[in-house]
Design a binder for this molecule. Structure first.
Ligand code: 9MG
Length: 263
């Protein structure tokens, strides 16, 4: 899954793709490089980010989604928490909802159920503005797991079929480096529940802490994490560097033909 942030302020590529024509070109390049999904977002979720209005988010993402789906046979997911944006994105051709709030905002669960699209439910402690201010857990894996399973049950109760639900531990969303590493080690436990697991590790701050490198120098670390996540049972990897990640997955699939990552 290739990341397309149509925002002025996302953590790794903020401002790069806020011009719609460049954003669409980049999306098509990621598709050509082997992305099965393009995840289009119009509101930054980096630590400290401020919310944007429904209108501004729509203006950013809807024309881009429409153009991408018209130009190529690539599936688009919409990275949003707002029900209005979910509905407009689906009308524009989006085929999945990626929600870092796991459909907890008012009206989001009902909108997603009505649309009948697959949903990715992500765990986040707190909200982006403050989530990295001393995150605490007594058992991070158990708490993330129980939150995600409860949200999945809520989705099923609202009418979303179980097969349409993906789970995501939310690396870097209200977590220290140690929390992230523990979740990474325990990915097989999350994958064992039978829901496809999506992971976003690409260029994240934990790599800065581990390697000491800036965001634009984290490719090798991102690929190492992609490999580890794939071996841990992840089905979808949300990444910035599509071609290089594709190579990693091709190597993995050559060694272990039954490895889990499909997209
Ligand atoms: C939007 N976004 C940023 N990071 C993410 C991650 O790790 N997972 C998901 N599902 N979405 C993310």
């Amino acid at each position: 899954m290739g990341v397309l942030n149509v925002t002025p302020d996302s953590f790794s590529d903020g401002g790069l793709w806020s011009d719609p024509a460049r954003a669409i070109r980049h999306a098509l390049e990621m598709a050509d490089a082997g992305a099965d999904w393009i995840d289009v977002g119009g509101e930054s979720t980096r630590p400290g980010a401020r919310p944007v209005s429904v209108e501004d988010e729509m203006k950013r993402v809807i024309p881009v989604i429409r153009e991408i789906t018209a130009a190529r046979n690539v599936r688009v997911s919409v990275d949003t928490s707002k029900p209005e944006v979910m509905v407009a994105a689906a009308e524009a051709g989006a085929l999945m909802i990626n929600d870092v709030y796991a459909l907890r905002l008012p009206g989001a669960l009902e909108a997603a159920a009505r649309l009948g699209l697959p949903v990715c439910l992500m765990h986040m402690q707190g909200e982006p503005r403050t989530m990295q201010d001393e995150p605490r857990y007594s058992d991070v894996v158990a708490e993330v797991e129980s939150f995600l399973l409860q949200r999945a049950a809520d989705c099923v109760a609202a009418g979303i079929p179980r097969e349409q639900i993906l789970l995501d531990p939310g690396f870097g969303f209200g977590k220290t480096v140690q929390h992230n590493l523990e979740l990474l080690r325990q990915l097989p436990r999350l994958a064992a529940h039978g829901f496809p697991v999506l992971a976003g590790l690409s260029r994240k701050a934990m790599l800065g802490a581990i390697t000491g490198r800036d965001k634009d120098k984290r490719l090798a670390g991102s690929l190492a994490l992609a490999m580890l996540a794939a071996q841990g049972g992840v089905s979808v990897l949300r990444v910035h560097d599509v071609a290089q990640t594709r190579d990693v997955l091709d190597v993995l699939a050559a060694v272990w033909p039954d490895s889990a990552v499909t997209e």
